[in-house]
Design a protein around this ligand. Structure first.
Ligand code: NAP
Length: 298
C-alpha cells in the first residue's frame, strides 16, 4: 500500500469503515473527538493521533466521517483541522452527509493549500459499514476520484462517480428521500398488521422477499417487532439529513410533500427526547397517533 491513510470520526459508521481499511492492508492513523472510541481500533493496530491535523501530517489520504456540516468544517478548517497538517497534494475523502454547497466551499478553501477533496457520502447503514458493502456516491475531479477508488473499494461495494465536487451529496439527498419513504411505509405496514391481529414475525416472513421488500424492511422491521430501538442511524442524524433534503428542495422550488410530512413526524419524536434512538423508532409517532403498540419486547 503506497498511500498512507487516515480516518477522522469513529462513530457508528467510522468504526466499521476504518476497520475495513485495516483489513485491506492499510496502516491507518485515526482520530476521534471522544478519545476512548479510538481504543478498540488502536488495540487492532491503528495509530491513535492527537488531532485531525496530526492525522493529516502522517497521511496522504484522510477520510472524514463526522455528523453534520459544521462538524466537517471543524475537522477540516478548525484550529487543529486537517488543513493545518496536510501536505500539498494530500486528498480528503469526506464520507459525512452534509450540505452540497458547503462541500464546494470547503473544497475551495482546501485547494488554496493545494489539498484536494472529494465528497463520498455513503448508504448501507451500520451493517454496510461493518461488512464493507456500502454504496458510495462520489463527487470530484476525475483524477481525485481515481486516486480515492482503492480506499473507497475497501469500504464499499457500489461506488459511483456522479460528477463534480458536491454531486455525491446531491445524490445522497435523493437517497434519503427513499430511505425515509421506505421507513414510513414499513412503520404503517407493521401498525396495520398489529391492528389486524396477525403475527408480526409471520407477516415479515411472508412478505419481506416479495415486491414489498426493501433494505429498510429486511433490516429494521425485526428490530421494531422486538421493540429494539438501538440505532443503526439515529433520529437526530435522520432529521439532519431531512433538513438538507428540504433545504435543497426549497432552493430548487421542488415540492416534496411526503418527505415534509415525515420530517414533522420525526420532529415529534425529537420533541419527546428520542433523538438518540434508531430511525425505525418512527413507528412510535404512529403509536402516539393510533394508541396501538407495535411489537413486544422479547
Ligand atoms: P455517530 O455515531 O453519531 O458519530 C458521529 C461522529 O462524528 C463521532 O465520531 C463524533 O465524535 C464525530 N463528531 C461529531 N461532531 C464533531 C465535531 N464537531 N468535531 C469532531 N468530531 C465530531 O454518527 P454516524 O452514524 O457514524 O454518522 C456519521 C456520518 O455518516 C453522518 O454524517 C451520517 O449522516 C452519515 N451516515 C450514517 C449512516 C448510518 O446508518 N449510521 C448511514 C449513512 C451515512 P464523538 O465520538 O466525539 O461524538
Amino acid at each position: 500500500m503506497s498511500e498512507r491513510v487516515g480516518f477522522v470520526g469513529l462513530g457508528i459508521m467510522g468504526q466499521g469503515m476504518a476497520r475495513n481499511l485495516m483489513k485491506a492492508g492499510y496502516t491507518v492513523h485515526v482520530w476521534n473527538r471522544t478519545a476512548s472510541k479510538m481504543a478498540p481500533l488502536a488495540a487492532e493496530g491503528a495509530h491513535a493521533a492527537a488531532s485531525p491535523a496530526d492525522v493529516a501530517a502522517q497521511c496522504d489520504i484522510v477520510v472524514t466521517c463526522v455528523s453534520d456540516t459544521p462538524d466537517v468544517e471543524a475537522v477540516l478548517l478548525g484550529e487543529a483541522g486537517i488543513i493545518h497538517g496536510a501536505k500539498p497534494g494530500a486528498l480528503v475523502i469526506d464520507c459525512s452527509t452534509i450540505s452540497p454547497q458547503a462541500t464546494r466551499d470547503f473544497a475551495a478553501k482546501l485547494s488554496e493549500k493545494s489539498i484536494r477533496m472529494v465528497d463520498a457520502p455513503v448508504s448501507g447503514g451500520s451493517e454496510g459499514a461493518a461488512r464493507g458493502t456500502l454504496t458510495i456516491m462520489v463527487g470530484g475531479a476525475d483524477e481525485d476520484v481515481e486516486r480515492a477508488k482503492p480506499v473507497l473499494q475497501a469500504m464499499g461495494k457500489t461506488i459511483t462517480h456522479i460528477g463534480e465536487i458536491g454531486s455525491g451529496q446531491v445524490v445522497k439527498a435523493v437517497n434519503q428521500v427513499l430511505v425515509v419513504g421506505n421507513c414510513l411505509a414499513m412503520c404503517e405496514a407493521l401498525l396495520l398488521a398489529q391492528a389486524g391481529g396477525v403475527d408480526l414475525q409471520k407477516t415479515f416472513d411472508a412478505i419481506s422477499q416479495g415486491a414489498a421488500g426493501s433494505w429498510m424492511f429486511t433490516n429494521r422491521a425485526p428490530q421494531i417487532i422486538r421493540r429494539d430501538w438501538r440505532p443503526g442511524f439515529t433520529i437526530a442524524l435522520q432529521q439532519k439529513d431531512l433538513r438538507l433534503v428540504l433545504d435543497a428542495a426549497d432552493e430548487l422550488g421542488v415540492p416534496l410533500p411526503g418527505t415534509s410530512l415525515i420530517f414533522q413526524l420525526y420532529r415529534t419524536l425529537e420533541a419527546r427526547n428520542l433523538g438518540l434512538e434508531g430511525n425505525h423508532a418512527l413507528v412510535k409517532a404512529l403509536e402516539y397517533l393510533s394508541g396501538i403498540q407495535v411489537g413486544a419486547e422479547s
